[in-house]
Design a protein around this ligand. Structure first.
Ligand code: FES
Ligand code: FES
Length: 164
């Protein structure tokens, strides 16, 4: 068996240095080594998007990446969204607009939307649909999720305006 490899990553703002087997996926590293089980694994084939996390601010499929490929990067998981017991505006919007039901797809969905809204604070419905095209939800339906993203965008714009 290949020797474990030392990697350094900043996960949710904390610097981590760990040894991982070269074949360990980023998803398994986050879930099993770091205990961040908010990252969900659905298909393990890059299809469903449940495992999406942000790597240096960009949404990636953590089931398709090896942990060693994240060496030197900043990783953000769903655990970083809520602060001091307060949900992130995107999470609030998903709750208010009923953008989740079982919630299995939600972590990847939230991080994908986080990337979208960081790039485009007022996305068109077409842009939202395109971003959601890589995310599979089996129970809520996309109309509620579309509403949630519109609401999240409005909340973030309002927070930005309030924050000056
Ligand atoms: S678990 Fe990674 S895309 Fe489905
Ligand atoms: S809320 Fe259940 S899979 Fe999306």
């Amino acid at each position: 068996m290949p020797e474990p490899v030392a990697i350094r990553v900043v996960v949710n703002g904390s610097a981590r240095e760990e040894r991982v087997e070269p074949r360990t996926t980023l998803a398994d590293f986050l879930r099993h080594t770091l205990g961040l089980t908010g990252t969900h694994v659905g298909c393990e084939h890059g299809v469903c998007g449940a495992c999406n996390v942000l790597l240096d601010g960009r949404a990636v499929r953590s089931c398709l990446m090896l942990a060693v490929q994240a060496d030197g990067a900043q990783v953000t998981t769903v655990e970083a969204l809520a602060r001091d017991g307060e949900l992130h505006p995107i999470q609030e919007a998903f709750r208010e607009a009923r953008g989740l039901q079982c919630g299995f797809c939600t972590p990847g969905m939230l991080l994908t939307i986080h990337e979208l809204l960081a790039d485009d604070p007022e996305p068109s419905d077409e842009a939202i649909r395109e971003a959601l095209g890589g995310q599979i939800c089996r129970c809520t339906g996309y109309q509620a999720i579309l509403e949630a993203v519109r609401l999240a965008a409005a909340k973030l714009r309002a927070a930005g305006a309030a924050g000056g």
